[in-house]
Design a protein around this ligand. Structure first.
Ligand code: FES
Ligand SMILES: [Fe+2]
Length: 378
């Protein structure tokens, strides 16, 4: 196992990348024409639906006197600023100036690439020419009718880095969620030292645009809040991926005892039938340096939990999220009280350290690409 001494002991605030898809909200938050105001990574946006129900995103700033367009009204495929009435198309061009025979071509609002996928609305903050739909993670588990899916969101008064850290080291479950998740911290022989009953950050590894932690845990210690009560004991395979810019995908699958060894303690084949299968997909979106929005979901297979069992599991999951909010907001306050001091490092920091280094690299690459395109433009 890597020595804790090799981990970076910083409290770096992760950069707000531009060339990424951020989650603006659940699709269900954008019913009706809008307009809907959202701020992502310090950029105020207005989203609205056109006649064909497709969604558009513009800067929330009228090109005339900078009134927020989210205080305007939608008109067919356009949005009208309700200060002096200038109307804009969904590409940000001016369609009408009241009292003028012609629209003003110089009045232009920035438009953003926006797409709906896997029950979520995604916004690309960078140059639309670079918007790459393939970089939206495969969250198709959210679309599976075979699952009983619960979803929601909550706001944090904290930098989104701290929420990412939290999701990149689930060993905190044994402590912070000791009472709600109801699982004592146990010594395990089949996961690396330093892990609790859930995979911690110490075995995390870098994958394409993210960090992965996965493990097999066997016997009664494998019980977790993510498992339906009627699931028999066996070998639990857990995988968590945390992908840029803050997408968390976790899968908990229980298999009959002996499966872990039959798989060589490697990931089971996707077609291998499991006794239970629960997923959780979450997304962290920065709003500003001290505000973040956290989108979450939880989805056991409907065949394994009835409505009341699913609701009971969901209540526990929500209670754990409330514990995270309390702790992380308190942590943010302490951090802000000690701006010059250095934090400590332990083995479980590996997951978020890998992720922080990845984000730093992507941020440098983005800055270099911006410099290159600026020099080409000159
Ligand atoms: S500020 Fe929008 S029309 Fe004047
Ligand atoms: Fe937590």
């Amino acid at each position: 196992m890597t020595s804790p001494a090799t981990f970076q002991r910083d409290k770096l605030e992760l950069p707000f990348l531009k060339d990424v898809w951020y989650v603006a909200g659940w699709m269900s938050e954008f019913e009706g024409p809008g307009p809907f105001a959202r701020t992502i990574a310090d950029e105020p946006l207005v989203l609205y639906r056109k006649k064909d129900k497709t969604i558009s995103a513009l800067a929330d700033r009228c090109a005339h006197r900078w009134a927020p367009l989210s205080r305007g009204r939608t008109e067919g495929d356009d949005i009208r600023c309700m200060y002096h009435g200038v109307r804009f198309r969904s590409d940000g061009t001016c369609a009408e100036v009241p009292g003028q025979s012609q629209a003003a071509p110089t009045l232009r609002v920035r438009s953003y690439s926006v797409v709906e996928r896997h029950q979520l609305v995604w916004v690309w903050l960078g140059d639309p020419a670079r918007a790459d739909l393939h970089s939206i993670p495969d969250l198709s588990m959210l679309d599976q009718p075979s699952r009983r899916i619960y979803q929601g969101s909550l706001d944090y008064a904290a930098h989104y880095s701290l929420i990412c850290d939290n999701l990149l080291d689930l060993s905190h479950i044994g402590f912070l969620h000791e009472k709600t998740a109801g699982q004592p911290v146990v010594e395990l022989t089949d996961v690396p030292a330093g892990s609790c009953y859930m995979p911690g950050g110490s075995e995390a590894k870098l994958i394409d645009r993210g960090v992965r932690a996965e493990s097999w845990i066997s016997g009664p210690t494998a019980r977790s809040v993510a498992l339906p009560k009627r699931t028999p004991d066996g070998d639990l395979w857990t995988r968590t991926d945390f992908l840029v810019p803050g997408i968390f995908i976790s899968v908990d699958r229980m298999y009959p005892s002996g499966t872990a060894n039959r798989c060589g303690r490697l990931a089971p084949a996707p077609e291998l039938e499991s006794l239970s299968d629960t997923m959780s997909i979450q997304a962290v979106t920065p709003i500003s340096k001290r505000e973040s929005r956290y989108f979450y979901s939880f989805g056991p297979r409907a065949s394994e939990v009835d409505v009341s069992e699913g609701a009971a599991m969901w209540r526990i999951v929500l209670a754990t999220f409330a514990e995270d909010v309390k702790m992380i907001e308190a942590q943010q306050k302490v951090i802000d009280q000690h701006p010059g001091d250095q934090m400590g490092g332990i083995a479980a920091d590996r997951g978020f350290t890998l992720y922080r280094n990845l984000m730093k690299r992507l941020s440098s690459e983005e800055a270099a690409a911006a410099r290159d395109s600026a020099s080409i433009d000159q």
